[in-house]
Ligand binder design. Structure first.
Ligand code: ARG
Length: 484
């Protein structure tokens, strides 16, 4: 074979003249990443085009070479999009596959593309570009889920259900207030992702293998071309750290943890014992043996998939620990967990937005098929379990009793009501007065009804309808604007 052979084409033989034997098929499969990292092809191409543009502007390659590279890349794009591109395992990864094909198509110009860069800064750039775009999609989906929750909440401000602590009936709350708690969580997730995005969106390219390069690159120019917010300032760090991927996966884990908490509630609320809500049949499945069953598979799976995303966080963080500077092949293992995290979060949020808020009926312009709320079941549950006991204690405090004494008085009243199998509001006034003579007829309207209990919690962040309306207005405005 001639000495001018294309090294990339003959890698199935051996890497270069330095190697005395080729890889075994097993080792080739073990070390290759093309079957998963080909997903980065668009980012890889964008990075290459920006690099070539800069090389030409700096006079490092000719404008003719740059034009040839662009032509070749356009052809490769068409091949990949039509499915005719021949991905080769022996070319190891997406980078070498694209570069080898480019060289086949445009000759020496293709071989010049790799001037002043290495696969180490190339792959770090690719993941960042790809992840940045995925973050933007996830941010949009997070807002869709929030909008769905706000929409259902806005119809249910006056719907009352028991609020729990320790899953024991605690105090009545507005269903809207309950849903808006999740909106707060997802709003923080949104903030977190926006913050992560800033650190993802920095350019490693130009760090070359690890130490920088001898060519007069203009890295700032490449960053601008790629819409990146900054340039990584240390070449060793730039090619090696994957903290941005870890941070993203941590933020994604929290998104899933929030989804999982919501799922747990949807599952409880759907059970016959609660019957607070129904989710549309298309999100449930039947049982092969019990004909009456309708199982909340979607929220259960979301709860389960949370484990998988948290697992990826553990995987990535462990991958990084113990790696000396600079690039190590360990880092190739960053991709599958990251891809799966993105896929899982995206699918989950997309499904949740629809499961909660429904889908748009183009004929009516309204959303249909979201969760169905059963206000009567919620109310009846809130009327059991002495949810207004704290209100009775607060009522007595207003009459001058110290809170601790009031607490004790109400404990006696609850005991009596329990013995009689009735709610506090069902005890006759005369019975209530046996516990404290200051209790008057107004106790029913001011303390013992569910509405009174809600209305009384009229401090910022409380469940009083007036407060809930204010929060709804804030979220609605926030979600309509472009800012968090
Ligand atoms: N496929 C590799 C990865 O994902 C690309 C970088 C390879 N660099 C190297 N020096 N072997 O990390």
């Amino acid at each position: 074979m001639s000495t001018s052979h294309n090294q990339l084409d003959t890698k199935s033989q051996a890497w270069s003249a330095l190697f005395s034997e080729p890889m075994s098929e097993l080792v080739q499969r073990y070390t290759a990443s093309v079957f998963f990292d080909k997903r980065l092809w668009q980012a890889d191409m964008r990075g290459s085009l920006a690099h070539a543009e800069m090389l030409a502007a700096q006079g490092i390659i000719s404008q003719d070479d740059r034009a040839a590279i662009e032509r070749g890349m356009a052809q490769i794009r068409a091949e990949i999009e039509s499915g005719s591109f021949d991905w080769k395992l022996e070319l190891e990864d997406v980078h070498l596959n694209l570069e080898a094909r480019l060289t086949q198509l445009v000759g020496d110009a293709g071989k010049r593309l790799h001037t002043g860069r290495s696969r180490n800064d190339q792959v770090a750039t690719d993941i960042r570009l790809w992840l940045r775009d995925e973050i933007d999609l996830i941010l949009g989906l997070l807002r869709e889920v929030q909008a769905a929750l706000v929409e259902v909440a806005s119809r249910n401000v006056d719907v009352i259900l028991p609020g729990f602590t320790h899953l024991q009936v605690a105090q009545p709350v507005s269903f809207a207030h309950h849903l808006l708690a999740y909106v707060e969580m997802f709003a923080r997730d949104e903030e977190r992702l926006q913050d992560v995005r800033k650190r993802v969106n920095r350019l490693p390219l130009g760090s070359a293998a690890l130490a920088g390069t001898t060519y007069p690159l203009d890295r700032e120019r490449v960053a601008r071309t790629l819409d990146m917010e900054g340039v990584c300032q240390n070449s060793l760090d730039a090619v090696s750290d994957r903290d941005f991927a870890i941070e993203f996966t941590a933020a994604a884990s929290l998104i899933m943890v929030h989804v999982s908490r919501l799922s747990e509630e949807l599952i409880l609320w759907m059970s016959q014992n609660f019957a607070f809500i129904r989710i549309a049949d298309r999100f449930t499945t039947g049982s092969s043996i019990m004909p009456q069953k309708k199982n909340p598979d979607v929220p259960e799976l979301a709860r389960g998939k949370t484990g998988r995303v948290v697992g990826h966080l553990m995987g990535l963080i462990t991958l990084m620990k113990g790696q000396p500077l600079a690039y190590n092949k360990d880092n190739q293992e960053d991709k599958e967990p990251l891809f799966d995290t993105v896929d899982t979060v995206r699918d989950t949020l997309r499904i949740f937005a629809e499961m909660i808020g429904g889908q748009l009926n183009p004929a009516t312009g309204a959303k249909e098929g979201g969760i169905t709320v059963h206000p009567e079941a919620m109310r009846s549950a809130a009327s059991k379990g002495y949810a207004t006991a704290t209100d009775l204690a607060d009522y007595l405090v207003k009459k001058g009793l110290p809170f601790r004494d009031a607490h004790e008085v109400v404990a006696h009243a609850v005991k009596t009501a329990q013995d009689q199998g009735v709610d506090l509001a069902e005890l006759p006034l005369a019975t209530l007065q046996q516990f404290n003579p200051d209790i008057g007829q107004d106790v029913f309207a001011q303390a013992l009804t569910l509405e009174a209990s809600l209305n009384a919690r009229n401090t910022l962040g409380g469940t009083a309808p007036a407060q809930v309306q204010a929060q709804l207005a804030r979220h609605t405005q926030r979600l309509q604007g472009s800012q968090t």
